[in-house]
Design a protein around this ligand. Structure first.
Ligand code: SF4
Ligand code: SF4
Length: 199
């Protein structure tokens, strides 16, 4: 045994160091939060629950059934059905199986009309798998839930226009995309909702 080891044992140096650490920690500000009472504000661009942005003009989703999100999704968890009319494709069914999602954000990135968003909502635990199968109505509801809690009247998701990519090389829908005005009373009213359904 060296002299140093002997001194440590005689003077209980390790125990004193441990007690000093405990004392320091007692008087420092806690680094933990009393969740769920104290919630953490997510960073802008946090990839949480999926939503369809409700178009203020129509009261409905903006999806044009281009299938890009479903093709790019690495988890293959987006299912889309559509019908063709003479003018355009019409979305018939849209589903995201959120339990298989890896929250990469590719779907929001590639969407040419910024219809889809991964909101900053992170509290949506549930008891059944069905609750995580987001169809188009549920995706719209997710948007309503999210936008109603926003503190600002406008929202722009960073995945709609990634930095470092020349804006002129982006689809026109992305180039023209402005912040979405969140005016709950105006476009969540029954009247505007029905108007969107009829469109
Ligand atoms: S975030 Fe990624 S894994 Fe999840 S649905 Fe979108 S593309 Fe698929
Ligand atoms: S990429 Fe956008 S517009 Fe195209 S199918 Fe997906 S959500 Fe709809």
């Amino acid at each position: 045994m060296t002299l140093r080891d002997a001194a440590k044992k005689i003077f209980f140096l390790e125990i004193l160091k441990g007690l000093a650490l405990t004392f320091r920690t007692m008087i420092n500000r806690p680094v933990t939060r009393r969740y769920p009472k104290v919630k953490r504000e997510p960073f802008m661009g946090f990839r949480g629950r999926h939503a369809f942005v409700r178009d203020p003009g129509t009261g409905r989703e903006k999806c044009v059934a281009c299938l890009k999100c479903s093709i790019v999704c690495p988890s293959q968890c987006i299912r889309i059905e559509y019908k063709e009319t003479e003018e355009r494709r019409v979305l018939e069914k849209y589903e995201i199986e959120a339990l298989r999602c890896v929250f990469c954000g590719y779907c929001a990135e590639v969407c040419p009309v910024c219809a889809l968003v991964l909101t900053e909502v992170y509290e949506y635990a549930d008891y059944t798998r069905e609750q995580f199968l987001f169809d188009r109505e549920r995706l719209l509801k997710n948007w309503d839930d999210f936008s109603s809690g926003l503190k600002t009247g406008a929202y722009f998701n960073k995945f709609w226009r990634l930095s470092g990519i020349d804006i002129n090389r982006m689809p026109v829908g992305k180039r023209l995309q402005q912040s979405v005005q969140v005016k709950q009373k105006e476009f969540l009213s029954k009247e505007s909702f029905d108007k969107g359904r009829a469109a």
